[in-house]
Design a protein around this ligand. Sequence first.
Ligand code: 4AD
Ligand code: MG
Length: 445
Amino acid sequence: MTPVINIHDIAQHVGQTVTLRGWVYNKTGKGKLHFVQLRDGSGIVQCVAFQKDMSEADFEAVKSLTQESSLTIIGTVRAEERAPGIPGGYEVGINQVVVHQVSGEYPISPKEHGVDFLMDNRHLWLRSRRQWAILRIRATIIHALRTWLDEHGFLLVDTPIITPAAGEETTELFEIDYFGEKAYLAQTGQLYNEANMMAFGKVYCFGPVFRAEKSKTRRHLIEFWMLEPEAAFMTLEELMDMEEQLITYVVQQVLAKHQPELEVLERDLSKLHAIQAPFVRVSYDEAVRIVQEHEATLPEGEEKEQLKVTWGDDFGSPHETYLAEKFERPVFVYHYPSAIKAFYMQPVEGRAEVCRSVDLLAPEGYGEVIGGSERIFDLDLINARIQEIGIAPEAYEWYLQLRQYGSVPHAGFGLGLERTVAWICGLKHIRETIPYARMLNRKYP
Ligand code: 4AD
Ligand code: MG
């Protein structure tokens, strides 16, 4: 028996006879010489079938292979500079094959396909190089986020998906029937995170969240994953320091581990190397001024129209894009108007119309990737805010008790995983950052 190896580790096996198992990514050749690009999920390697090195039956079997046929190959690994693959530069001379299945005609060929077709065939599209690269980077981003938090004293404490009340926006709730009562899918783990924070000091949750948002943009999903740290006694400034460190660590990890994947994606690496602390920090007031000043210099037209903003407005994608592009690095915008932010955000001392909130805007048009704030920790104030927005206080009884029993100043944030993946991978649309995207017009497959 020869050792079964992963293509990813092929460099360690030059000169050895090994077993590889996987699928045909592509096949070319004629006559006595055929080339099989074999993928096994960890990489792609060129395997060469030369008639004189194999039994006749095995050579015929190679000839019969179609795209995505599954097979086991026993062969000899050699270094071959010109050989394509991931990692490139290696080749396997085939000695034996076992074909598990000759695939029927595969719907996704190397030719161009429309996005709708590809999304309909997402369960198959995942096998292509680009999707492979994205989802491997996604896994590393998740790992890096969690590693950083674990190493900085944050405890993973899970929060529920089925909840009795809104956590964020009442308009985006997915309602479900909970044995005859109304319940909702979580939009955030934050409120539970706050209770957990009071028990463990520094916590985070990481899970899927659901928003019935009727937005059909390249940055919105209906179901997405959010990483939410929450820490007792943390200030807004400390929150920004933490976000900066966390993001730079994640980017460094991706750069260290995924050069081949970033190459597949043709990612401009200089943009990733430029993600260095310190990020820019501007107040909402300043940010509005900066956008207005720029808008004033523009000639009449669509761009000018889109950039119009008055104090009190929420920023849209054009504003966010302009701000982060101007500074060519991630930008923190802090102290947003309270009226456009969530009910739990702590007002700024002596200026209650703005709150201790901060959004992190990514460059290259990716916009808000993180939203966070200091939380209101005074019982009367949080009570008043809950009344103001007109949500049923009964469901929040437990949340209010957190302000009764040893309340402390605290802060936290939510990082949108898919927006972060889109940014780091340099993708135009968020739909490719999650294995099975849920969007306004899509829930299949
Ligand atoms: O700013 P958001 O709504 O913040 C919260 O939910 C807070 N409770 C988080 C907290 O402080 N613990 O969402 C946080 C992030 C956004 O910055 C964005 O990256 C992402 O979640 N996000 C979405 N990503 C994809 N599709 C959507 N529809 C998203 N909505 C928000
Ligand atoms: Mg937000």
